[in-house]
Design a protein around this ligand. Structure first.
Ligand code: DQA
Length: 149
C-alpha cells in the first residue's frame, strides 16, 4: 500500500511559523513520526512539500500512474483558493483526506471555504500535528478493509 502526504505553502516553516496556531513541531519532525507509523502499519509513505500551486498540481497528476492508493493533503492556503488543485484531485480519482493543523472554523471567515472538502473522504481540522496521524491511521485501515477506494 502506498500513501502520499502533501504539505502546501508555508508548511515548510512549521516550528517557526505562528507557534500558537500551528505548534512547535517542525515539518521534518512530523514526517518522521508519520514514517514510523507507516512502517509499523506496513505501508509505504512519500512526502511532498511545495509553496507553488503548479508544482502541487504536477505532483498530484502523477499519483495514479505511480500507483498510490491514498493521499493525505494539507493544501494550506490553496485549500481556500485553488480550483486547479481540486480539478487535479478529480482527475486522478484517488481517495484523499483533507487535514488542517488549526481549526479553520475558529479563524477568519475566508478559511471556512474549502474547494476540497466536498470531494474528500473526510476532513480533520484543529487537532494539531496529530491530525496527520489520525488521517494516516484511518486511511490505512479503511483502504485495507475496502471501505474507501
Ligand atoms: C492550514 C490552515 C490554512 O487556512 C492556512 O492557510 C495554512 C495552514 C492548517 O494546517 O491549519 O497555511 O491549512
Amino acid at each position: 500500500m502506498k500513501i502520499s502526504v502533501i504539505h502546501g505553502p508555508n508548511l515548510n516553516l512549521l516550528g517557526l511559523r505562528e507557534p500558537l496556531v500551528y505548534g512547535n513541531k517542525t515539518l521534518k519532525g512530523i514526517n518522521k513520526q508519520l514514517s514510523n507509523k507507516a512502517l509499523a502499519l506496513g505501508c509505504e509513505i512519500e512526502f511532498f512539500q511545495s509553496n507553488s500551486e503548479g508544482e502541487i498540481v504536477d505532483y498530484i497528476q502523477l499519483l495514479k500512474e505511480r500507483n498510490f492508493d491514498g493521499l493525505i493533503l494539507n493544501a494550506a492556503a490553496y485549500t481556500h483558493t485553488s480550483i486547479a488543485i481540486r480539478d487535479s484531485l478529480l482527475a486522478i480519482d484517488i481517495p484523499f483526506i483533507e487535514v488542517h493543523i488549526s481549526n479553520v472554523f475558529k479563524r477568519e471567515s475566508f478559511r471556512h471555504k474549502s474547494y476540497l472538502s466536498d470531494i474528500a473522504v473526510g476532513v480533520i481540522s484543529g487537532f494539531g500535528y496529530m491530525g496527520y496521524e489520525y488521517a494516516l491511521d484511518f486511511m490505512i485501515k479503511a483502504l485495507k478493509q475496502g471501505e474507501i477506494r
